[in-house]
Write a protein that binds this ligand. Structure first.
Ligand SMILES: [Ca+2]
Ligand SMILES: [Ca+2]
Ligand SMILES: [Zn+2]
Length: 224
């Protein structure tokens, strides 16, 4: 069975096939989130989906950080902040009544979310945009998408990981097919190649998905 998956995380269709036998891909080689002076990479939730209790979204995002944390060196800690101005990573649900919703998202299924690489010339670096045309929940079902699974994947992009179409168990596999709550060694090696630790050399992807979201620059420009 080789049918093309119908439900994708953002960016999937923009990535060319990578060569066989190489490791994880990076969105923008050399790019990384620069921790603050205390060694922290800080996250902040800008809004919540109406689909479920805010506490469930908060818990899922916090859990996603806890799952990624061991891939980082002990000198870097993923922590929350109440000050959006200090945040490296920002979560935003784009609702269907958002003025530019239809330019970016597509309602239920299709694209689920976008995560933006930490490149200097990307004004949305650090943002995770979630399609609220999906029905979000803290579980996967025939009618709901699992928040934690999608958070894990989009955080990979925010950290600068690209897609890994050759490793079906990887968080960075391009399509969503239900619960995936554990990092694969390929995901861990990708993070170590960026933030420290021994690993094999990556090959490069590209960050071509970003141009799709240029309309959002206007809307987020005042958020600092
Ligand atoms: Ca969608
Ligand atoms: Ca929704
Ligand atoms: Zn993706």
């Amino acid at each position: 069975m080789n049918s093309e998956p119908k439900i994708k995380y953002g960016c999937a269709s923009k990535f060319g096939r990578t060569r066989h036998g190489e490791a994880f891909t990076l969105l923008s080689p050399g790019a990384a989130i620069e921790p603050n002076a205390d060694g922290e990479i800080l996250w902040h939730i800008l809004n919540y989906t109406p689909d479920t209790d805010a506490s469930k979204t908060l818990n899922a995002f916090r859990r996603a950080m806890e799952i990624w944390q061991p891939a980082f060196p002990s000198t870097i800690r993923l922590e929350s902040t109440s000050d959006v101005g200090d945040a490296h990573i920002k979560l935003f649900f784009v609702g269907e009544n958002h003025p530019e919703y239809a330019d970016v998202f597509d309602g239920e299924d299709g694209v689920l979310a976008y995560g933006f690489a930490p490149v200097d010339d990307e004004p949305l670096r650090g943002f995770i945009l979630m399609d609220d045309g999906e029905q979000w929940a803290d579980m996967h079902s025939s009618t709901t998408k699992d928040l934690l699974t999608v958070f894990l994947h989009e955080l990979g992009h925010v950290f600068n990981l690209g897609h890994e179409p050759r490793v079906r168990e990887a968080v960075m596999y391009p399509s969503y097919s239900g619960i995936r709550h554990e990092l694969h060694q390929d995901d861990i090696e990708g993070i170590r190649s960026i933030y420290g630790g021994n690993t094999t050399a990556p090959n490069s992807g590209n960050n071509g998905c970003l141009s799709v979201l240029l309309p959002f620059l206007v809307l987020f420009g005042s958020m600092g």
